[in-house]
Design a protein around this ligand. Structure first.
Ligand SMILES: *[C@@H]1O[C@H](CO)[C@@H](O)[C@H](O)[C@H]1NC(C)=O
Ligand SMILES: *[C@@H]1O[C@H](CO)[C@@H](O)[C@H](O)[C@H]1NC(C)=O
Length: 215
């Protein structure tokens, strides 16, 4: 299957955003030198930041990459399996993360609310709660939002503790590993899903935090 990929520079100021048509991801600046996410990366000699982004797009788990403006090194994230920590990096090393996935912009709700409140907020913004495709993206979301717990597009009916749905009402979707001992239906009312320190967790109706929408 041939995927068409068009990447273009949308606007270039201090903040650089790469964007494209709705068939791929776009990337936003996370660190403008000095810091990088501690992780395993694969080095590519791509010659340009645009081809670095394009190769990241085609690589499963690559939700983040670094580009060194001087050495022209492109480092693609392999995966994350722990809460994000950072380390020092050259001042010329920039880190970008996917802030748009398969054509949908990934945004935080403006304020903290219950899962259903966030579900409504996302709908009012023209989208819905986002379900990350893997734990690596969950770790990145927790890091970017800056809280260890964010509501995502995962829910179940109160009457059935075993079947979980995405926002399309499907029970089969890219799997996100649950945290240890999760879902645990603590106190018998955990109907909603969250990214909790990078892993899926079930939360009750009175859990208050940010929601992640795709719009
Ligand atoms: C891109 O967006 C257009 C308009 O919203 C839609 O008709 C089309 O199906 C989308 N393409 C893909 C590959 O999602
Ligand atoms: C989420 O919000 C939509 C739109 O308001 C609503 O139709 C849907 O039932 C809600 N989903 C859940 C699981 O509450």
């Amino acid at each position: 299957m041939k995927r068409r990929l068009l990447v273009m520079v949308c606007f270039v100021v201090h903040f650089i955003l790469l964007c494209e048509t709705n068939v791929s991801n776009s990337y936003a600046l996370l660190y403008d030198g000095g810091l990088k996410v501690t992780a395993s990366y694969t080095l590519y000699n791509t010659g340009s930041i645009l081809s670095c982004a394009a190769i990241c797009y085609g690589k499963p788990g690559c939700w983040l990459f670094t580009w060194d403006a001087v050495s022209k090194e492109c480092q693609l994230l392999d995966f994350l399996n722990a809460v994000v920590i950072t380390e020092s990096a050259p001042s010329t090393l920039r880190t970008y993360y996917a802030n748009s996935v398969r054509g949908k912009k990934i945004v935080r709700t403006p304020s903290q609310s219950s899962w259903t409140g966030n579900n409504n907020t996302c709908a009012n913004m023209g989208g819905r709660l986002f379900l990350p495709e893997d734990n690596t993206y969950c770790y990145i979301l927790n890091h970017i939002v800056g809280v260890n717990h964010v509501h995502i597009g995962l829910w179940r009916y109160p009457s059935d503790v075993t079947v979980w749905y995405n926002m399309d009402g499907q029970t089969t979707f890219p799997s996100l590993n649950w945290g240890s001992g999760q879902p645990n239906n603590c106190l018998g009312s955990q109907y909603y899903g969250s990214c909790h320190n990078g892993k899926a967790g079930d939360v009750p109706p009175n859990s208050i935090t940010y929601g992640i929408c795709d719009i």
